[in-house]
Design a protein around this ligand. Sequence first.
Ligand code: AN7
Length: 367
Amino acid sequence: MRIFKPEYKMSKTIFGGQTLIEKYSQYLPVSENTPIISLGEGNTPLVQAINMPKLLGFPLLQLFFKLEGLNPTGSFKDRGMTLAVTKAVESKAKAIICASTGNTSASAAAFAAKAGLPCYVVLPAGQVAMGKVAQALIYGAQLIEIEGNFDDALDLVQQIAAESDITLVNSTNPYRLEGQKTAAIEIVEQLGRAPDFLCIPVGNAGNICAYWRGFKLCKSMNTATHTPSMFGFEAQGSAAIAGGIPIKNPQTIATAIRIGNPVNWKEAEIVVEESKGKIDFVSDAEILDAYELIAKSEGIFCEPSSAASIAGLIKDLKNGYIPEQATVTCILTGNGLKDPNMPMEIGNEKIPTVQARVDQLKEVMGL
Ligand code: AN7
């Protein structure tokens, strides 16, 4: 429930930098009068891996991580959501709605809160990481869980949006991918060039399309001399695009990408063709290994779905699709804190408990 009436002000609310929409306004469908709804999204760090290339046995690899989990709600969704909600407000929408595996709902709920718009969130019951549900709740969205999966939820919200004046903010909303393409422009700014390969997790395949739009834009503006090969990775039990057929009952521990019929499938196939890329899959075991490796070797806690990009990179270094000398960027789409139970679930070390005495502490420390 909203605790106030919406009141749209155009005054600046983000200090010490520009909003994503202001910074990239020339590439986005906005005007001087567009009432920007911002939480301070974008401008995320690009961090070079220093230990992983050696540990993996590919010391010459130039590997960079784009930390999209450092956006205001902890995922890349904020880049598209700032524009989708801004445009919803501009067109005087009454409310917004989405189906979600979690991150879209957290982002939609937060931007709706700032805009003073009601927000409806439809989730697959029992299949969303705890942190994401917590976010949507505290931001004041109306949450509804369905006995079904993400694909069922998306079908339902599309019907509701078609029959009402509620704006759908899933990636079928054209503004979502337009906002998300800014991440590619940022990478080129930060790296001073486009990477040779971009590794990215694939769920609905919206983000891979958005990045491709951004890289093509950089090439056309001559800020990059080339575009990267786009390598997308689905989870094995949900690998509809890689397998060439929708999956009725998708499975994976990477719940964010547990999607059986990706909505941006067609555009993603064009991206693969144009960029000389591919959409492949990685197993849950490969995802969890990568999830642990990046945390333990680089100090980066991403969510399991995000680690699909690293698992894919490792797979393709080993089978030769990605040469060792390449410059590669992995997109880490979401923050590890979204799914705080996962480290405990996969860790088999028992945390010792001792009395509050220095001798006992020393003993377990091996001192
Ligand atoms: C962490 O929140 O679909 O291929 O409803 O949360 O653009 O779908 C999330 C997707 C990757 C896949 N990484 O991106 C949702 C949702 C994380 C994600 C993806 C998602 P797309």
